[in-house]
Design a protein. Structure first.
Lengths: 91, 91
């Protein structure tokens, strides 16, 4: 199962209870920026494996991830770089 | 201070931590539907005075509320009737 989890922008408390529940249940969290995601997970005392997943590595790792999903792994994709995304879109 | 707090539609866990923090700090919660709001507040163990506030009574109570805000009261307006609102808008 793949969960798409939007993360807060600006205020770490702008995340829903359901998003935190999902992050606590998955086997792996994919993060655009593992540092900022680490801050978020730390605040909510979530200890899960984190892997980087972004436009520079997605083509390399996606097959392995699909395989894991096929084996029943629960993975959350946490998008945390809203403003950065916007900047890249404007380039 | 007046806080506008969007409430979850469909899943009570679709509310942010900040929204719950605000609801725990205010002096009064204004609710479109006090019954559904009661269910939400109960889930998050929030015990605060609730007053009905909707299109059928807003003109009667708004002056008193403004007065309370002027006196430093903290009030949250919790909108919880999304679908109902849409129906009314279509009439």
């Amino acid at each position: 199962m793949l969960y798409l989890v939007p993360s807060p922008i600006g205020n770490l408390a702008d995340i829903t209870y359901r998003a935190v529940e999902v992050l606590k249940q998955v086997d792996l969290i994919l993060a655009e920026d593992t540092r900022t995601t680490g801050v978020l997970l730390n605040k909510y005392q979530i200890q899960k494996p984190i892997s980087p997943y972004h436009q520079h590595n997605e083509h390399k790792v996606v097959h392995h991830l699909v395989e894991q999903l096929g084996n029943g792994k629960r993975i959350a994709l946490l998008t945390d770089a809203g403003p950065e995304d916007l900047c890249e879109r404007n380039e």
